[in-house]
Design a protein around this ligand. Structure first.
Ligand code: NCD
Length: 304
């Protein structure tokens, strides 16, 4: 029995396999319509979500399975003080697999240690978000055709942005990948990510405040939202929230085959005028999210 808590638990070969299955689902959805018949996915969301939860649920329905769960902590017994361990133990008697989002870093790992069905980390605080990374990797593969030889700019809230931490972890395993980390000083990438991933893997990276200076060298620009819910005070959020706003004007120096990505939701970071640009990939990410989650659910349930 296997869970997915951190993206690095999947080898690059397993990721290739998941992407191949997702590509096949996109081509032949009918082949997969009964793969999880009789199986149940529980979505336990202690934090808000639109894409992650609904793509998990749509994925399970498209595999012929069923879904149960809750979408806010207030409607579960966690509001009465129940521990994560007791909640997942309970749910494990009713479901075959759990996708869980929680504001506390490490909560999905605690869950995995306390039940014997697979747990999927659907985002834990400012830490990790491995299934967004699978979505991002499928998108990168479909858009760029490769993971090697890429320069990726991560822009915005690199401190609290869990999607950034997980994608850096995944991309650091490919050859000749360079990273440009673009953020205000207060929202720089945490030291633990630098030490355990970037330095450990010998990744070539630079840190800068300037998106304009970085733009022309990028193959991928990964924009992020300033993570308001992780801030201790509202003043800091207000000061930092509009640090970067991507507009058609700012893209003038960008490569013609740049892939513009964002895990969404966006607030102000990408002007809607950019949506018309053929380089905008963020709604493709949304679409891809369901297919790669279908592939992941099958893998963790041991469905051929
Ligand atoms: C992200 C998340 O929840 O970390 N959203 C998502 O799952 N697509 C990004 C964010 O909330 O900014």
């Amino acid at each position: 029995m296997r869970s997915l808590i951190d993206i690095q638990e999947l080898s690059p070969e397993e990721i290739d396999r998941l992407i191949a299955v997702a590509d096949d689902i996109i081509e032949n959805p009918g082949k997969y319509a009964h793969k999880c018949e009789g199986k149940k996915l529980a979505t336990l969301f202690f934090e808000p979500s639109t894409r992650t939860r609904l793509s998990f649920e749509a994925a399970m329905y498209d595999l012929g399975g069923h879904v149960l769960g809750f979408s806010e902590a207030q409607s579960s017994s966690s509001a009465k003080g129940e521990s994560v361990a007791d909640t997942v133990r309970t749910v494990s008697y009713y479901a075959d697999i759990i996708a869980m989002r929680h504001p506390k870093e490490g909560a999905p790992m605690v869950a995995a240690m306390n039940c014997d069905i697979p747990i999927i980390n659907a985002g834990d605080g400012g830490h990790n978000h491995p299934t967004q990374t699978l979505t991002d990797l499928l998108t990168i593969k479909r858009e760029k055709g490769r993971f090697d030889n890429l320069t990726i700019g991560f822009c915005g809230d690199l401190k609290f942005g869990r999607t950034v931490h997980s994608l850096i972890g995944a991309m650091s395993r490919y050859k000749n990948v360079r990273m440009v980390l673009i953020s205000p000083d207060e929202l720089k990438i945490p030291d633990y990510v630098k030490q355990t991933v970037l330095d450990e893997k010998g990744i070539e990276y630079t840190e800068t405040n300037s998106l304009d200076e970085a733009m022309s060298g990028l193959d991928i620009l990964y924009m992020t939202r300033v993570q308001r819910e992780r801030f201790f005070n509202e003043q800091d959020y207000i000061r930092l929230k509009d640090s970067y706003v991507l507009t058609p004007e700012k893209l003038k120096t960008a490569k013609s085959d740049l892939a513009i990505m964002h895990p969404l939701p966006r607030v102000n970071e990408i002007s809607v005028a950019v949506d018309k640009d053929s380089r905008a990939c963020y709604f493709k990410q949304v679409k891809n999210g369901k297919f790669i989650r279908m592939a992941l659910i099958m893998m963790l349930l041991g469905v051929e």
